[in-house]
Design a protein around this ligand. Structure first.
Ligand code: RIB
Ligand code: NA
Length: 290
């Protein structure tokens, strides 16, 4: 069972010929709205990977649709609070190569209280997983509570803040971050990744796959990506982490969980959108990855 403390956003997608520069006004060639937020994306990915997931988060008075949609996608929603602050949203521009940039408004995601988080985790059992990212508040309290209760902690350090990761050092079972974030973390800590007090670390490398730094192996292991034509990379990292957490939660060996997560992420970059278009296990089974 996965308890995901995570953001819920309305995603506004603008398809553009190139990412806009300073002072530039740019006409979008397409517009689309959907459910997103790194947290919601990971909840949906983990649910599509077959895990039982309870989302811990918040929306504004305008956010009932988001809660409904998560429910439709198989995510448990009794611990999504409604706050006076408006639902978070993201304006996402995607260029023709599938690269993006994102402007984020945190809103209700930043209005979570320790009391809300504690009430949710009080229902968790030892051996469950706490999944979390950096788009809500409440991470230190959630991690501390999870450790006390005997939960595994899987942390995707995005959007990246070195201090947030360092504050949780010694309490993380699996840290997921991309190559740029890994470098930032090493330079902030003044040490190499493997010298950090974190059990397992998976570094995503985009089209080059990912690297697993295990607590028990001296050598990091690299896994190649499945080649696909990239339409929109938005949400691919979240899909990877959600699938990875789900695989580990149901006891898959790390290598198998990584393989499934890489397949899900590969399919995800061929789809425009975020939570609404995350592939399920059948999509993965039906796709020819050879
Ligand atoms: O990682 C993609 C996500 O980042 C989007 O869904 C957007 O809401 C932002 O949180
Ligand atoms: Na996408």
């Amino acid at each position: 069972m996965i308890w995901n403390l995570g953001s819920i956003n309305a995603d506004n997608f603008y398809r553009v010929p190139h990412l806009p520069g300073p002072g530039e006004t740019l006409a979008a060639t397409d517009f689309q709205q959907g459910l997103g937020g790194k947290g919601a994306n990971m909840s949906v990915a983990a649910a599509r990977a077959g895990a039982r997931v309870t989302h811990i988060g918040a929306v504004g008075p305008d956010g009932d649709w988001a809660r409904q949609r998560l429910l439709e996608y198989g995510v448990d929603t009794p611990h999504i609070a409604t706050t006076e602050t408006a639902t978070g949203h993201a304006n996402i521009t995607v260029d023709i190569s599938g690269e993006n940039n994102i402007v984020l408004f945190g809103g209700a995601n930043q209005a979570l209280t320790n009391q809300m988080i504690g009430a949710a985790l009080a229902e968790a059992s030892p051996g469950d997983t706490l999944l979390l990212q950096n788009e809500t508040n409440g991470q230190p309290f959630a991690v501390q509570t999870a450790r006390t209760l005997g939960l595994k902690v899987v942390y995707a350090a995005a959007p990246f803040q070195a201090e947030a990761v360092q504050a949780l050092m010694g309490q993380i079972d699996l840290l997921v971050l991309n190559a740029v974030e890994a470098e930032q973390l090493e330079s902030a800590a003044g040490r190499g990744l493997r010298q950090l007090d974190i059990a397992d670390i998976v570094v995503t490398l985009g089209g080059d796959g990912c690297r697993w730094h295990s607590s028990s192996h001296a050598q990091a292991e690299t896994f190649g990506a499945y080649p696909v034509k990239s339409i929109d990379t938005t949400g691919a990292g979240d899909t990877f982490t959600g699938y990875l957490a789900a695989g580990l939660d149901r006891g898959l060996p790390m290598k198998d969980a990584i393989d499934l997560a890489m397949k899900a992420a590969a399919l995800m970059v061929t789809r425009q959108g975020t939570a609404d278009v995350i592939p399920d296990l059948k999509d993965i089974q039906d796709h020819d990855f050879s």
